[in-house]
Design a protein around this ligand. Structure first.
Ligand SMILES: [Zn+2]
Length: 260
């Protein structure tokens, strides 16, 4: 099937309801939200950017898991595009909001057990924000990574430096070791550890290529133009649109400044 102008469809343009298991739902769009039936209560993970989606989201929850009370709302971090419906959940269910600002997450994590499922919240700061949390769901072995993985993006909002690059690599390595069956990023399509591994290789290669180009005396425009996106990553969500260029620019800046 093709649309009128034959432009490839952006997979996040139309929200999709995904059922990862009975009672485990992800509404996948540009911003993702999930609700999970734990048994006697439900948890919600991340609450979008648009507060006006409140009725639509509550209707979808009702339709999929019924009147199960939402006891906890977990935010992978508190950027505006992950918290818009927090208050709505507080009002409707008296839900407790759990994020790095409302809770101290100990090194071993926070655990919530239900009769159907368990979740574990782990602190993994420094890839996107100092608040980054990931959420592990048993028995599905599903992992919510918030904005730590961004389909090709260098997720840092601080400057790329040796130390922040190391944090990224170490955190991705830790996430891969958890061996999840499915990964739910904060935005866009779901993925697996295959994409996390691929991104690590890309990141490492990009640093080597940019360093070599700088050493060869090439100028910034030339470098930005000439480092091609890897063939197998061209279909990654919005990677060609802007993320690859953004990655080159961040690495280039770090190399020029002597930070990498
Ligand atoms: Zn964010």
């Amino acid at each position: 099937m093709s649309n009128e102008n034959n432009a490839p469809q952006d997979p996040a343009d139309v929200p999709k309801m995904l059922t990862l298991a009975p009672g485990f739902c992800v509404r996948q769009a540009i911003d993702n939200i999930a609700w999970i039936d734990m048994g006697e209560y439900a948890v919600v993970i991340d609450t979008l950017e648009q507060a006006e989606l409140e009725e639509e989201i509550f209707a979808a929850i009702q339709k999929t898991i019924g009147n199960k009370p939402v006891r906890y709302v977990i935010n992978t971090h508190t950027h505006y595009d992950h918290v818009a419906l927090n208050d709505a959940f507080r009002r409707r269910y008296a839900a407790e909001v759990v994020n790095a600002q409302t809770k101290c997450v100990p090194p071993e994590g926070l655990r919530y057990d239900g009769t159907k499922r368990s979740i574990q919240i782990l602190s993994m700061p420094g890839c996107h924000t100092e608040e980054d949390l990931v959420v592990w769901v048993e028995p599905e072995r599903a992992l919510f990574v918030g904005d730590i993985f961004g389909w090709g993006l260098i997720p840092l909002i601080v400057n790329l430096r040796r130390e922040t690059a190391d944090t990224l690599v170490n955190t991705y390595t830790r996430l891969i070791k958890l061996a999840p069956d499915v990964i739910i990023p904060g935005h866009g399509p779901l993925c697996t550890t295959t994409e996390l591994k691929r991104w690590l290789a890309y990141f490492s290669r990009l640093q080597a290529d940019v360093a070599a180009a700088c050493k060869a005396g090439r100028d910034n425009d030339d470098i930005l133009r000439s480092i091609a996106p890897p063939e197998d990553m061209k279909t990654w969500w919005r990677f060609l649109k802007w993320k690859h260029q953004d990655c080159i620019a961040k690495v280039l800046k770090a190399v020029r400044k002597g930070w990498l």
